[in-house]
Design a protein around this ligand. Structure first.
Ligand code: SAM
Length: 675
């Protein structure tokens, strides 16, 4: 369909049918080609009935919402109009057809520049673009007959009201970041205004002096946080104390989770028992009573697939031989808390259909990409079974990676310095060919196909990851978190349109990266990507923290695990605030706390501690603390003042290696932990 026809369609089905009646407005939408304002890659969706992403994580608004806004301004053609939030320039172009002069302000300089170029090139001569904080209006050209705001603020900006002519109209979305009401303010006298609420809407935030605070700016030049003792008093007032983890009622937390599609449960270290046990406690409730379909963890896909077989009580599938979780850092998943949770999940699944029970089976999956060679083996093993010709071809193409089995990172270095040829094309083509035969392969066994395709995806992304490692952050970090997010999406797709997932990963992956210094380095993470995709209502992020105690970690990568004493927290950290609250363990809702002051105080950036698989107490401040804005990072915090290290299982090599399918079929219930 050519563009004009698509516009015709849009005007009829998206605008007129919903009550937009002003013929001048309808004509303007007929005139302006929306495809000129969307990114090249999204042009085919230009007439979709939805907002679309543009650069800098902003959006071009849904046509209907633009129409509703401009219709509410009642323009006749002679007016001087101000728009706040130029974005792509689309709404400004529409306004240029309805008024004499359009002044539009955008806070992000690069967007303002490209909109200026675009509007100039397309001949919208009566539009004037300015970079700045639109919450303060554009005083030089005031007063205005009409003002349209294309981003949602906490309240109607005073400066904008003051720049309205007598009789002028201002349309602005007002309300919390998750949902706003489109408000029209009409100036009826020097000091008199008439306010009407038009409809509920959802816009990107209006950031500025009379809007929401600029999170990035706060992180760059943090205001001085209040003394920890006063914030600690506030925390004590609103925190929900936790007694014993096993008997704790998580009901208030479940109510706050509501209908979220993904629940992300963090951890402040990779070796703290309380974090595992509390996540297990919450996950059990979500699975038993709220229909969650799977748990996806910060572990490799093939290793977790063994656990998945185990929790489903399936006969262990044929597959290449390897010990799950035998690689450093094995204690992250080979520990007694994980055994307890997965044993519970196995029992839960045993009551699924066929077993005369509740009718659902809940899976266990790995999101990570460190399994280059086990994943290669898994793909080959699969192809050997379903398509021996494809298996031979894949074996040849994967072979170029074989010399790097022991140290795939070395492969990345060798490619970078030109000493070795990249396998990128080979690994991507294997994935592509596998996906091309999706229908044929999946007909035989859909689950096995999904598993093999996911392994082929891991290989392709891991190959890129090891090459990116030498470019340093943010590219390798972003590749890894994008892979984990894509895997989560693949799982939600696999489980079906209404499926719900639980994620267990470190705080640094689940806490929204936009609220930490990671974003200043250009890094994103799973939590941020979930927020962008599933919104506030669809995503619930729980962070975890501790002050002191013991933790399982290593002194360096590949070094043996030790039990460390965790140093009491830094005086300028969030951890210190929570420690000073004097409450030994608690949940702290941050999205809509009983007292809003808690959210404000915990939004002012402080240090936050992250302990990974490596702990370096001697250089703790440098190695483990970073700046964050905690109340923006998480929807809820779970605190254990004193914590204990996880208990690892015996080293993998002490246990018998199981070689044949028959032997595996005879394994005790505790496989694959081999207790
Ligand atoms: N009207 C735009 C279009 O048609 O493409 C869509 C605008 S988008 C929904 C909202 C825009 O408002 C973003 O580009 C954002 O950067 C901008 N914005 C947010 N706060 C602002 C402020 N205080 N001043 C100016 N622009 C702001």
């Amino acid at each position: 369909m050519i563009s004009e026809q698509k516009r015709d369609d849009m005007v009829t089905t998206q605008l007129e049918s919903r009550g937009i009646a002003d013929p001048r407005v309808l004509e303007a939408f007929q005139d302006v080609a929306r495809e000129d304002f969307v990114p090249e890659s999204l042009r085919e969706f230009a007439y979709k009935d939805s907002p679309l992403p543009i650069e800098n994580e902003q959006t071009i608004s849904q046509p209907y919402i633009v129409a509703l806004t401009v219709e509410a301004l009642s323009l006749r053609g002679h007016e001087r109009v101000l728009e706040v939030g130029t974005g792509s320039g689309y709404a400004a172009a529409i306004l240029s057809r309805l008024a004499a002069e359009v002044y539009t302000v955008e806070r992000i300089a690069s967007l303002a520049e490209s909109a200026t170029e675009r509007l100039g090139r397309l001949g919208y001569e009566n539009v004037h673009v300015h970079t700045g904080d639109g919450t303060l209006g554009w005083a030089e050209h005031a007063p205005y007959d009409a003002i349209a705001v294309a981003a949602g603020g906490p309240e109607v900006p005073e400066a904008l009201v003051s720049q309205l002519k007598l009789g002028g109209r201002l349309v602005v979305p007002v309300g919390p970041e998750t949902q706003q009401v489109l408000v029209r303010v009409t100036r009826t006298g020097t000091h008199d205004f008439h306010r009407e609420e038009l409809t509920s809407v959802r816009f990107v935030p209006l950031i500025g002096k009379q809007g929401w605070p600029d999170q990035q700016q706060i992180l760059r030049a943090p205001p001085k946080p209040s003394p920890s003792a006063s914030v600690a008093r506030l925390v004590r007032e609103v925190a929900e104390p936790i007694g014993d983890i096993d008997s704790d009622s998580v009901r208030p937390l479940l109510a706050r989770i509501g209908d979220a599609r993904v629940v992300l449960l963090g951890e402040a270290t990779h070796g703290t028992s309380e974090f595992y046990r509390m996540r297990a406690r919450i996950s059990r409730e979500l699975i038993e009573h709220h229909g969650f379909d799977f748990v996806a963890v910060e572990a490799d896909w093939p290793d977790a697939a063994r656990i998945d077989n185990y929790v489903l009580g399936d006969p262990i599938r044929q597959g290449p031989e390897f010990e799950p979780f035998s690689r450093f850092p094995s204690w992250m998943w080979r520990n007694t808390d994980v055994v307890e949770f997965t044993s519970w999940l196995r029992k839960f699944n045993a009551h699924a259909p066929g077993h005369g029970g509740h009718g659902r089976r809940v899976g266990f999956h790995g999101l990570d990409l460190y399994s280059l060679f086990t994943s290669i083996a898994a793909v080959l093993h699969y192809l050997d079974d379903v398509d021996s010709t494809a298996a031979r071809a894949a074996r040849n193409r994967y072979a170029a990676l074989t010399p790097w089995q022991r140290d795939p990172a070395e492969y990345g270095r060798a490619v970078l310095v030109g000493a070795y040829e990249s396998s990128e094309k080979a690994v991507v083509s294997i994935l592509r060919e596998l996906l091309e035969r999706r229908i044929e392969y999946a007909r035989k066994d859909g689950e096995r196909f999904f598993d093999a395709a996911q392994n082929a995806r891991v290989v392709a992304n891991a190959e890129r990851y090891y090459r990116a490692m030498y470019y340093g952050s943010p590219s390798s970090w972003n590749l890894r978190d994008s892979h984990m997010f894509d895997t989560l999406e693949a799982l939600l797709g696999f489980y079906g349109p209404d499926s719900r997932g639980i994620v267990w990963e470190h705080n640094s992956h689940v806490g929204n990266a936009l609220a930490t210094e990671m974003s200043l380095r250009g890094e994103h993470n799973v939590g941020q990507l979930c927020r962008a995709k599933y919104g506030d209502d669809g995503t619930y992020i729980v962070g975890f923290g501790t002050d002191h105690g013991t933790v399982a970690a290593a002194s360096d990568w590949e070094e043996p695990m030790q039990i460390f004493e965790v140093r009491p927290s830094h005086p300028e950290s969030y951890e210190r605030v929570f420690h000073e609250s004097g409450v030994a363990a608690f949940r702290l809702p941050l999205r809509a706390p009983k007292r809003a002051a808690v959210r404000d105080e915990l939004s002012a950036p402080r240090l936050e501690r992250a302990i990974g698989v490596v702990y370096r107490p001697d250089t703790e401040l440098l190695s483990h603390y970073f700046q964050a804005s905690l109340a923006q990072q998480f929807d809820e915090l779970i605190w254990f003042d004193r914590t204990t290290a996880v208990e690892p299982l015996a080293p993998a090599q002490d246990r018998r290696v199981v070689r044949t399918a028959t032997q595996r079929a005879e394994l005790p219930d505790t496989y694959p932990f081999g207790l």
